[in-house]
Design a protein around this ligand. Structure first.
Ligand SMILES: [Zn+2]
Length: 87
């Protein structure tokens, strides 16, 4: 099972399990003209495989390692019926 298939839970706002962005890096080869700097050729972008993707919560904009979101979801699994918080 891929990590990205695991449930996420935002460790910051603790209200979002649904809406996220996966922030990934891309590498795109170009050829430039040495004198003018004009881009002559552009290759197809290639995704750089990150060890651990960066995830952004689309509710509070918190950005962190994917593991933080997975751990938070494991720590606080989704309840079928809301649990009354104890303060
Ligand atoms: Zn959040």
């Amino acid at each position: 099972m891929q990590e990205t298939e695991k449930p996420y839970f935002c460790p910051n706002c603790r209200s979002n399990r649904i809406k996220f962005s996966i922030i990934q890096s891309y590498s795109q080869r170009i050829l430039k003209d040495a004198l003018t700097g004009t881009v002559q050729q552009v290759a197809e972008p290639e995704q750089i495989q990150a060890e651990e993707p960066t995830i952004q919560c689309l509710v509070c904009q918190y950005t962190g390692n994917e593991m933080r979101f997975i751990k938070q979801a494991e720590h606080q699994p989704r309840q079928d019926s809301p649990v009354t918080p104890i303060y």
